[in-house]
Design a binder for this molecule. Structure first.
Ligand SMILES: Cc1cc2nc3c(=O)[nH]c(=O)nc-3n(C[C@H](O)[C@H](O)[C@H](O)COP(=O)(O)O)c2cc1C
Length: 272
């Protein structure tokens, strides 16, 4: 049941909800009506596009949405956020406020997903103490693999070997970068676009995190670890039928960047 309800006192019969419905399941009689409930994407465009707040769907009260007029960040702020974000590799060992982590995850959950499947799973390490234990577990497993000559050949083996050496010789955490928190996105293999959805969710999380003063780093090392420690995904509670998206370490930065970097121009291929 999608609970599509029109407040007829507010509805001005403009037809915007029917016009914007990507599934084409709203028709205008006198007032909007649903022609095919099963075809609904549950995207809530009807609720979002109504100029009068007359549409409720999925039990959502339109008055509980954030109004958009005059409320969007300006382009200059967005540009500074995007250009000013850096991969953070130095963290304070203070835990983030759990409410802030929940807020960031909730916002990241607004990222688009193919066919609006909304099936991304956010696997998160919310406490530094848990992270500490995980770090020990992972480094113990990697050390064992190294001792048994079982680290893979090639670049992954080299990086992981260096991480084991750095941990053993200098207490340096090249895997998680000393971050107190970790996020891994995954999605069911049979979702319409699991690879894309998981990466878009992490990208969204990352930008919002930086807007709130939280540092992040995309963590390819963790992905390599997941590749060589087959039991680790299950240990983290990631369902076996999920495609792993990517990992991101995060936490309160112990470094401040004072200016943007200056990248070379974008490589652009113009189609004529
Ligand atoms: C897919 C991906 C994987 C990455 N893996 C790691 C990693 O394992 N460890 C690390 O310190 N940085 C990692 N990075 C960060 C990149 O090295 C970083 O984005 C790049 O050097 C540019 O720096 P910036 O992000 O500060 O602009 C990764 C970035 C991406 C996009």
């Amino acid at each position: 049941m999608i609970q599509f309800l029109i407040d007829e006192e507010r509805c001005i019969q403009c037809g915007e909800c029917a016009e914007d419905c990507p599934a084409g399941v709203i028709s205008m009689e006198d007032y909007p009506t649903i022609t095919n409930e099963d075809g609904c994407y549950r995207c809530q465009h009807c609720l979002a596009v109504c100029p009068e707040g007359a549409v409720s769907i999925l039990g959502r009260n339109p008055d509980a949405s954030t109004g958009l007029e005059g409320n969007m960040p300006d382009a200059a702020s967005m540009e500074t956020l995007i250009k000013g974000r850096r991969s953070v590799r130095r963290y304070s060992d203070k835990d983030l406020d759990p409410a802030l982590i929940d807020e960031l995850l909730d916002i990241a959950n607004h990222a688009p997903t193919g066919v609006n499947s909304q099936s991304v799973l956010f696997t998160v390490v919310r406490e530094g103490a848990v992270m500490k234990g995980l770090r020990q577990e992972v480094l113990a497993q990697l050390t064992q693999l190294q001792n048994n000559g079982k680290l893979p050949e090639g670049i992954a083996g080299q990086y992981l070997g260096a991480a084991v050496d750095g941990w053993r010789d200098a207490g340096k955490d090249l895997i998680f970068r000393g971050a107190p928190h970790l996020l891994i996105t995954s999605a069911p293999q049979d979702a319409p676009c699991p690879a894309q959805d998981t990466l878009i969710a992490l990208t969204t999380f990352q930008l919002m995190a930086h807007a709130r003063g939280v540092g992040t780093v995309w963590d390819g090392m963790v992905m390599m670890v997941l590749g060589v420690c087959p039991g680790l995904s299950a240990r983290l509670g990631i369902p076996a039928d999920h495609l792993l998206g990517y990992a991101m370490a995060f936490g309160e930065p112990a470094v401040a960047y004072h200016r943007t970097v200056q990248r070379s121009p974008a490589r652009v291929n113009v189609v004529r």
